[in-house]
Every structure is written in C-alpha cells, then in structure tokens.
Design a protein around this ligand. Structure first.
Ligand code: KIV
Ligand code: NA
Length: 264
C-alpha cells in the first residue's frame, strides 16, 4: 500500500472524486479507519474535548497532542496523517509556526499540519510550506477563536461571504494543499470549491466540498447529548459499549465470568 500524498488529493479534485476524512487520536481507530479506506486522518486539537475532557479546544498543548500524533501515524499504512496545531502554538507568526510545525513532523511523524485562520495565517502557511511542512488551512468557524466569534455560529452569511472567499484565496495563494470550511453556508462553500484548485473539506459546509470531515466520536455515536446539526450518526457506540460494560459487570457479580474456558 502506498501512502496517500497531498498530490493525490489534488488529482482527486481534478477527477471530481470526493473523499472522507475523520479525526483519530489513538492506535485502534487509526488502524481501523486506515483499513476501511479513509485517505486522510486528522489528529485534531478536538482531542481537547474528545480525549482530555476539556470544555473547549483552547487548553490542549503541543506536548499533549504529539504522543497522539505518533500513535496515529504508527498505526497507519496508507492514510495521510494531519496534525492539528493547537491554540497558542503558531499565532505569533511564521517563526513560531515553523518551529511548531517542524516538531509535529519530526516528533509526531505526521505528514502535514493544520492551522486555523485565513488571511491572518497566510504568512505562517507560506513559511511552513516553503520549509517542507504541508499545510491544511481551516477557515469559516474556527473553534480556537470562539471567544472572539461569540460561540459556535455559522460564518459567512450574506455580505460576510466575501470574507470567506478572501480567506480561501489567501490560504491557497500562501501554498496550503487543502482547506477546511467549517460552518459556512452551502452556497459559499460551493463557490469556494469551484474557485480554488486545492481541495475543500467541509464540516457543516454542505455537499459541494471536495471532502468531508467529522469527529469520529460524533459520527459513531460514542458522544452523548445533542450533536451539532452537521453531524450524522452512523452508529450508536455509546449504547453498544454501555450494554457490554453492564453485562460484564453483571456476569462478574453473578459468578458467570470468568468461566472454565477463561481459566488456566
Ligand atoms: O480538531 C478537529 O477535530 C478539527 C476538525 C473537525 C476539522 O479541526
Ligand atoms: Na481543530
């Protein structure tokens, strides 16, 4: 199996092929998604919420994320693994971004990094790309800026669509190999996707993006409670796991497990 390259994603766009991306934070899901044919895996800073139990993505650090990046990269043979630069690790400018990006490739072993911001991050994207670190950009709703944006809200409605387009052009011009569009109107995502040569990856951005991304615990129904509108639940892992754990505990209490076949 050959590793998926950023170039393959550009060629897929030329052919009009769509593809799915998922987050992964550990060995088992990484190997499973890789084997299932997911071409791009993101070790998201959403590990803040989905692994470490923080309320937002803001607290997670480079030192917390790098071991997860290593685990996911080691467990895959084919997927392009993207490591997400956490809040505070790149915003000071190209020098800081480059320092962090190089750590992700050297210590994490991933093949690309992702960072948030359009025009404001263009210089960092250019420095990273020039230095050999491929960058996936992320515009529209950017969770690391939630306190400035006023919570989880659709970006680029009405006249603000021009801002999304300007950000998209800026990241493409700076050398990003792809761009995540989060919570933007479907029509805006469609326009960006048609205008750019690089693939767009939607999350809450409608059906016209080149790729789609979801947090795996959301799409697999491990997370409980109300999910955002853009999430589709393809399984109910929460119920599956709850039932398994309950049955195990019950069988231990009742002396049913372990049985003779589990005993030396
Ligand atoms: O951290 C993350 O999971 C993400 C994706 C959902 C795009 O940034
Ligand atoms: Na993220």
């Amino acid at each position: 199996t050959k590793r998926v390259r950023t170039r393959d994603l550009l060629l897929a766009k030329e052919r009009g092929e769509k593809w799915a991306m998922l987050t992964s934070y550990d060995q088992y899901t990484a190997a499973l998604f890789d084997t299932a044919g997911i071409p791009v895996l993101l070790v998201g800073d959403s590990a803040a919420n989905n692994v470490f139990g923080y309320e937002t993505t803001l607290p997670v650090t480079v030192d917390e994320l790098l071991p997860l990046v290593r685990a996911v990269t080691r467990a895959t043979k084919r997927a392009l693994v993207v490591g997400d630069l956490p809040f505070g690790s790149y915003e000071e400018g190209p020098t800081q971004a480059l320092r962090t990006g190089v750590r992700f490739l050297k210590e994490g072993g991933c093949h690309a990094v992702k960072l948030e911001g359009g025009r404001r991050s263009a210089a960092a994207i250019e420095a990273l790309t020039q230095a050999g670190v491929p960058v996936m950009a992320h515009i529209g709703f950017t969770p690391q800026s939630e306190h400035v944006l006023g919570g989880y809200r659709v970006q680029g409605r009405g006249a603000a669509a021009e801002q999304i387009l300007a950000d998209a052009r800026a990241v493409a011009e700076a050398g990003a190999f792809s761009v995540v569009l989060e919570m933007v109107p479907g029509e805006v995502a469609k326009q960006v996707t048609h205008e750019l040569d690089i693939p767009t990856i939607g999350i809450g951005a409608g059906p016209d993006c080149d790729g789609q991304v979801l947090v795996w615990q959301d799409m697999a129904g491990l997370r409980t409670g109300a999910a955002p509108r853009f999430v589709k639940r393809y399984a109910d892992l929460n119920t599956v796991l709850t039932n398994a754990v309950r049955q195990y505990a019950e069988e231990v209490r009742g002396g049913v497990f372990p049985a003779s076949e589990h005993t030396f």
